[in-house]
Design a protein around this ligand. Structure first.
Ligand code: LCS
Length: 393
């Protein structure tokens, strides 16, 4: 299907970016499992390298299966162009390194995935690209943390794992006045629930390992934005650094995306039901879920997300030992990092995904030793709840 903005999300998820007659009439996109492409003559090879003739050269530069994926995610995020990577961190690092140089500054949401935190530390130490964490929850808070070297405002919303949200329209307004790019990690929401580019943000990044793939069988990343910026990132921070995706992994994502809308609806419905149960259980101290009316950012959720998502964080009443006891008593729900899979997964951010963050910083970010993160899967919600209830008991 060529670009047709009249089609709805669910239709684009299945057809966008693929024309079967260009691929031997195959209904399903083929896996072009090849490292390189042949030229009919030395002149053609030279013309492909110079860009005079379009066409494939070598799979680190581009590959037909990967192209289908890139066009599909671009259409779903409503951006001009997409770029696929071998992991979410390859995508995040390509954007942050590609759009900055030494002495620049990144303003970042107070709370990001642990390895993004680690990356920010590393580029500060090695290249003097500084950063500041801010709640970004008021105009004053955003303005007071911008300096003349700020090039990027980097946002997770919902934030992993505190589940706080950031008002993207409010941040975009300031960023546009100051000429700063806004980059949103849309991993938790997916374009089905939230489309940052339509709110004026400049780039979206994904750990496609999560809901986009949806089946826990691939590690991958994606970037979407305007053609010029995406081309620049490809040239400066993908082509020569090399964090590309394999054709097979691209194919797994194309397959996963077909069911994104139906999966997200089920993840969200299941999460809504589990939250209601958790909230009334006497062993639960606090539940953090943006789809819940009592969440401090519920109004932001209503404005910029379709639903609350499939992730819930919560704290158990009692100490760390009690938290350990509950988690180790689960029978159905695996203890595992990652999220967005068919299987419900539980993890302990303080000792797992966010363990690299020093304890004092981590606690200030809202990640206590009692905090657990549940990625609600696609199982029958009553079975999920039965397992949690017996573990709490
Ligand atoms: N951004 C977010 C919001 C993430 O949650 C992750 C991984 C990444 C980027 C990096 O993506 P990756 O390279 O792993 O594809 N988050 C993980 C998590 O919460 N548990 O395990 C991995």
């Amino acid at each position: 299907m060529k670009r047709d903005n009249d089609y709805q999300f669910e239709t684009k998820a299945i057809h966008a970016g693929y024309v079967s007659k260009d691929h031997g009439d195959s209904l399903t996109p083929p896996i072009y499992q090849t490292s390189t492409f042949t030229f009919s003559s030395i002149e053609q090879g030279a013309n492909r390298f110079s860009g005079e003739e379009s066409g494939y050269i070598y799979s680190r530069l581009s590959n037909p299966t990967v192209t289908i994926l890139e066009e599909r995610i671009a259409q779903l995020e409503e951006g001009d162009a997409g770029l696929a990577f071998g992991s979410g961190m390859a995508a995040v690092s390509a954007v942050l390194i590609g759009l900055t140089k030494a002495n620049d500054h990144i303003l970042c949401s107070k709370g990001v995935y642990g390895c993004t935190f680690g990356l920010l530390q590393m580029i500060k130490e090695k290249y003097n690209i500084g950063h500041t964490f801010s709640s970004l929850n008021t105009r004053e808070e955003v303005l007071s943390n911008i300096n003349e070297n700020t090039k990027i405002i980097y946002i997770e919303t919902p934030i992993n794992p505190t589940m706080r949200l950031i008002d993207l329209k409010m941040v975009v307004k300031i960023a546009k006045e100051k000429g700063i790019k806004v980059v949103v990690d849309n991993t938790f929401s997916t374009p089905y629930l939230q489309k940052p580019l339509t709110l004026g943000c400049d780039l979206v990044v994904h750990s496609a390992t999560k809901y986009i793939g949806g089946h826990g069988d691939v590690v991958a990343g994606l970037v979407v934005g305007d053609s010029e910026t995406v081309r620049f990132i490809k040239k400066t921070a993908q082509k020569d650094i090399g964090g590309v995706i394999s054709p097979f992994d691209a194919w797994l994502l194309i397959r996963g995306i077909k069911t994104l809308a139906v999966r997200m609806d089920r993840h969200c419905d299941n999460a809504d039901k589990i939250v209601e149960k958790l909230k009334t259980h006497q062993k639960i101290k606090e539940v953090y879920f943006p789809g819940d009316k009592s969440h401090p950012d519920y109004e932001i959720m209503k404005n910029q997300m379709k639903k609350g998502g499939g992730l819930i964080s919560f704290e158990i009443k009692g100490d760390y030992e009690e938290t350990v006891r509950v988690v180790n008593s689960l029978k159905l729900i695996p203890i595992a990092v990652s999220l967005g899979d068919a299987e419900t997964l539980i993890q302990h951010p303080a000792s797992m995904t966010h363990a690299v963050i020093p304890e004092d910083v981590r606690v200030k970010m809202g990640i206590s030793n009692q905090l657990l993160r549940l990625s609600v899967g696609l199982e029958n919600w009553e079975d999920i709840w039965r397992d949690i209830e017996q573990a709490l008991g």
